[in-house]
Design a protein around this ligand. Sequence first.
Ligand code: AMP
Length: 301
Amino acid sequence: MNTTPARPTCVSTVRELREAVAGARQVGGTIGLVPTMGALHEGHVSLVRASKAECDFTVVTIFVNPTQFAPSEDLAAYPRALEADLDKLAQVGADLVFTPPESEVYGPAHSTWVEPGNVARSLEGASRPDHFRGVATVVLKLLNMARPDVAFFGQKDYQQVLVVRRMVADLDVPVTIRVCPTVREPDGLAMSSRNAYLSPDARRRAAVLWKSLSAAREMVQEGNRDAKAILARMREVLLSAEGLVIDYAVLVDPESLEPVARVDAQVLAAVAARLEGTRLIDNCMIDPPSSSSPQSPIPNP
Ligand code: AMP
């Protein structure tokens, strides 16, 4: 007996996408959108599951968006694995896959951009100056193409979520943004398509990103409030991996992304580092233990 689930319908033009979405809407269905750049892993699959749980019809887009890569970055090398992706999407039960060629997204005269504000300037934005302009523009375009009720994003790209949320609010885009937890490998490394670039040895060392975030969380739960001390420990853990170059290790306000001096309320711990030239990012929320409630144990990765 053949138990392989049928692959979802795959379309590559905006017209076909809109026709398929209109068909689903006509029968009263709600539409969920999961934008991705492909080379899918369990993190992406978790977003598709969340969409299927909430919406009647789930559209996954696979598009390696050139405008969010700087000329010096890995656009050409970015992993592409369409056949394996379609098998994974069949397994999880996505309804429609949109795989546009670049020319379908950016016409030759394309000259309009979404320019995100302050929230895009620090952290990733400081290292990758035009990155969020490309992200915001392509996300708005995909939202306009598919017109979903709900769009699903991962907490792993925390600043991206802030940029998208701000854009949706500022530009009155009629969509609900949902954020799903970061899916991790057994050693805590956040799943990422870019992990495939790492040699087996660097892959082992990459677990220090999560270890540094866990160390920060542990210090806060033990009652430490001093950001300087916590950041020093995070850097120490990161630098225990040979050859790792820190881009940033920060404790910031989760809304403004401004650095905090003390952890008196919820903070975002975020790290970015290079290993063998591969840039890896991760983050987690840290809550100071409240004096009235018992300390919660550190969650497993
Ligand atoms: P990407 O293909 O890297 O552009 O990611 C597409 C979507 O998947 C984004 O919303 C990411 O935040 C999300 N994503 C990537 N990695 C993970 C992960 N490990 N866990 C949860 N979501 C993720």
